[in-house]
Write a protein that binds this ligand. Structure first.
Ligand SMILES: [Ca+2]
Length: 283
């Protein structure tokens, strides 16, 4: 039986790949996507997520979340400065505008209502700032007992991607990250930036994706090529070393299987799992 999950995303090129992967993977049932302020403003995240699902022809409901961190008025530095220096994700994804529309319910209310009513386990997978999840946990204290598992892409051990020590998702809303990590949800798996750096993707992989001839393969190639393009914000990576991207959390046991073609699942629907069917701690 497919494993149910909700992806909490700030779509962006990399999260677009995660959405396609989760929506198309036969071992997973993507219940919904919730969007959050992050790589791009939340309304961009929502439109981009809708575009992705329309593009691959998989109807997944999209719930728009919060537009700013839970305590701060903006990121640690004003968003405007981030955008001007961040050419990685741009604004809208380079696929046709959405035909579908976002749900009327907001992401926080959706999360609370969904976990109150759930009769089967639904894993919550935040791959952006944790503002939505923290807001929901603060608004409904029982949620910590209702969510069976959270798999977080966030944090860094050896080096960050915003400052030398800070990873973007935690840096963007550190108070939210603190709420979620200290929430006492029964199982929390933190997949830091270090793990995603072991899922390298090359331009050859992009060519292989495009050769699949599917909407998802073509889009994944386009988005990944954007990330591989030289830009000031990626200057820490050499051209000879494929840039690491983080389409989704990878468990230790799956990293070895997906290390090179992490995105190949997107349109091939291979049996391997990237958003793991049985995530385990990276320790
Ligand atoms: Ca993200």
């Amino acid at each position: 039986m497919p494993r149910k999950l909700i992806l909490d995303v700030d779509t962006g090129t990399d999260d677009a790949v995660a959405l396609m992967l989760a929506a198309l993977h036969p071992d997973l049932e993507l219940v919904a996507a919730t969007t959050v302020n992050g790589n791009v403003p939340v309304d961009y995240c929502t439109e981009n997520s809708l575009r992705v699902f329309d593009h691959i022809g998989i109807p997944v409901p999209v719930y728009e979340g919060v537009a700013k961190p839970i305590e701060r008025d903006d990121f640690p530095i004003p968003r405007g400065d981030i955008q001007s220096s961040n050419a990685v994700h741009g604004g809208y994804l380079d696929i046709p505008p959405s035909r579908s529309t976002k749900q009327a319910t907001g992401a926080v209310d959706f999360l609370i209502e969904t976990y109150r009513a759930a009769t089967e386990p639904i894993v919550l997978v935040p791959v952006g700032p944790m503002s939505n999840v923290a807001t929901a946990l603060l608004a409904e204290p029982k949620l910590k007992d209702l969510i069976p598992e959270i798999v977080i892409m966030g944090g860094a051990n050896r080096y960050g991607n915003v400052t030398p020590r800070a990873e973007f998702n935690v840096w963007a809303d550190p108070e939210a990250a603190r709420v979620v990590i200290n929430s006492r949800v029964r199982k929390i798996t933190l997949v830091p930036l270090d793990a995603t750096h072991q899922a390298l993707v090359s331009l050859d992989d992009c060519a292989a994706l495009r050769a699949l001839g599917t909407p998802a393969g073509d889009a994944a190639a386009t988005f990944t090529e954007t990330l591989l393009s030289p830009s000031p914000s990626q200057s820490q990576f050499s051209p000879q070393c494929p840039n690491p991207i983080s389409p989704c959390p990878l468990s230790k046991e799956h990293r070895s299987r997906v290390a090179r073609p992490a995105l190949a699942y997107v349109s091939s629907c291979a049996a391997n799992s990237c958003v793991s069917a049985a995530p385990k701690s990276l320790t």
